[in-house]
Design a protein around this ligand. Structure first.
Ligand SMILES: Nc1ncnc2c1ncn2[C@@H]1O[C@H](COP(=O)(O)OP(=O)(O)OP(=O)(O)O)[C@@H](O)[C@H]1O
Ligand SMILES: [Mg+2]
Length: 494
């Protein structure tokens, strides 16, 4: 355990070993040094003590000095803030150069467990890549990113994480005047598919190779010994991405803006913008109301991830060498994605292994849920409780088509005889969260936060960090959303 005086947020000179700044070591082709823009009179909005512990911060880490540093008003000793350049495909169209237009990488810190995590401030002001933007993020979107990052972590889904949100009364213009906030977030690396696309499309193949070697050496060391390390990298990213998307599908999560600049090379969920957890199960629901084509619906996420991997493959082509080898590296997606999906949904029914009979029950259930717009989370959780002994009528009560749900319950009863094992109720309860970050809960927490009451943000965090547990004090948050939740529009503006 690092001593409190040794943490990256401690005042005074930082011991050398605290900051690694390996990304900075790539050189100036990859980024620009940028100082954060000052944020007036910052205040704490929310903090994740769980992540603070993982980072080795002491219990009293949230000092006035830390607040100023995470508001971008002071530079932490040893930190070398920078904004990286990337490009990407947005809504299926090449968008050219993008980059960290409002995120600053402070550097990379070592955690007590020996891992290293990059620390970013999102919303810290203008960078050379801000284009038309103002470099800021608003309180509304920052609270959403903070809560969802930690909720996804609680669900066991690979994600960037969020240490805190700091707010300010400083105005920020969106559809209306809002106020500024900054999320401090962490990840082993924030490198995206778009970083590779940037150097590939720009024809800078030396930089492309340098970046690929960096990612292989630090994050995919097994790829190094492969016959074609860059194809091996692509294949490993393919597999991680498939696993991530399957996990999204299993909890009814829609990312909302799966552009290639929002795809992590580590298979982490990154960029919590117009995301949503589905309430009623509508696979074709368009979460992001700027997504006019419905490109990024729940149902399309698996194929969009594949499309994005193809774009990554295209970008890596100069390193991989030939088209066939690149295509072969993408090929495992076609089996990995369904296998991961089947495994996740089988676990939701309490089976450690997928099989044809289990899949049949899952599919029948999903079809009925889609037909009836059944609440996805409540239906699965109720089913898990039923497997743990709750009466069948708790499940039946959720559906209108009694004959259909009875047929499914009967199929479920017959499964042990067909597959040779009984469903494991514990596995089902650990695979079906009681609590998700429902839109309406986020909206309520944000409305209060705008009035400087941050208690609901913090309470939601406490619950969402352990979404598979019962939280009697907040049982209502596991219940049906109110009617108005159907009409919430999630805008892209953030
Ligand atoms: N307010 C803003 N000011 C400057 N640049 C912005 C702003 N909002 C978005 N951008 C930039 O526009 C591009 C696409 O934005 P997108 O919404 O995907 O990312 P983001 O939410 O800013 O950040 P991230 O992907 O880092 O979570 C990125 O280059 C991003 O930095
Ligand atoms: Mg983004």
């Amino acid at each position: 355990m690092l001593l409190s005086t040794d943490t990256f947020l401690a005042p005074g000179p930082a011991p050398e070993r605290l900051w690694l700044n390996r990304f900075a070591g790539l050189g100036p082709t990859f980024y620009s040094h940028v100082a954060a823009a000052p944020l007036r009179d910052p205040y704490w909005v929310a903090r994740s003590d769980a992540l603070a512990r993982d980072l080795g911060l002491p219990a009293d880490w949230a000092t006035p000095e830390a607040l100023q540093a995470l508001a971008g008003n002071t530079v932490l000793p040893g930190s070398v803030p920078l904004a990286s350049v990337y490009s990407g495909h947005q809504f299926g169209v090449w968008a050219g150069q993008l980059g960290d237009g409002r995120a600053l990488l402070l550097g990379e810190v070592q955690t007590p467990s020996g891992a290293s995590l990059e620390v970013q401030l999102k919303g810290a002001g203008l960078t050379p890549y801000s284009r038309m933007g103002d470099g800021r993020a608003v309180l509304r979107s920052s609270v959403r990113e903070f809560l969802c990052s930690e909720a996804m972590h609680g669900l066991g889904i690979p994600t960037t994480r969020a240490l805190c949100v700091v707010g300010s009364d400083q105005p920020v213009r969106r559809e209306e005047i809002e106020t500024a906030a900054i999320v401090t977030r962490t990840a082993p690396s924030f490198i995206r598919f778009g970083h590779f696309e940037h150097f590939s499309h720009g024809g800078d193949h030396d930089a492309l190779r340098q970046l690929a070697d960096f990612v292989i050496d630090h994050f995919y060391p097994d790829a190094r010994s492969a016959a074609n390390p860059y194809a091996a990298l692509l294949e490993a990213v393919t597999r991680r991405t498939a696993a991530m998307v399957a996990q999204w599908q299993a909890v009814g999560f829609t990312h909302g803006v799966m552009n290639t600049d929002n795809m992590s090379i580590l298979g982490l969920t990154v960029d919590y913008g117009p995301f949503q957890f589905l309430d009623g199960f509508d696979p074709n629901h368009i979460g992001n109301h700027s997504d006019h084509q419905g490109r990024y619906t729940y149902a399309r996420q698996p194929q969009i991830a594949h499309w994005n991997l193809f774009a990554l493959g295209q970008a890596l082509l100069p390193l991989i060498g030939d088209h066939d080898t690149a295509m072969a590296a993408l090929e495992p997606y076609k089996t990995a994605l369904p296998a991961e999906l089947d495994a996740r949904f089988a676990a939701k029914l309490g089976f450690a292994q997928a099989s044809a009979p289990v899949n049949a029950v899952v599919n029948a259930l999903l079809q009925l849920m889609a037909a009836e717009r059944t609440d996805f989370t409540i239906a699965w959780r109720t089913l898990a409780r039923h497997l743990a002994g709750a009466p069948a009528d708790t499940v039946q009560a959720l559906f209108h088509d009694r004959a259909a749900i009875d047929r499914i319950l009967l199929q479920l009863q017959e499964l042990p005889a067909q597959v040779g094992v009984r469903p494991d109720a514990d596995l089902a309860l650990k695979s079906n969260p009681a609590f998700i970050l429902r839109n309406y809960l986020g909206e309520q927490a944000i409305a209060l936060a705008k009035q400087k009451d941050f208690s609901m943000v913090q309470d939601l965090l406490t619950v969402l960090e352990r979404p598979f547990d019962e939280h009697p004090a907040h049982a209502a948050w596991a219940g049906f959303p109110p009617e108005w939740a159907d009409h919430i529009q999630i805008s892209c503006s953030s």
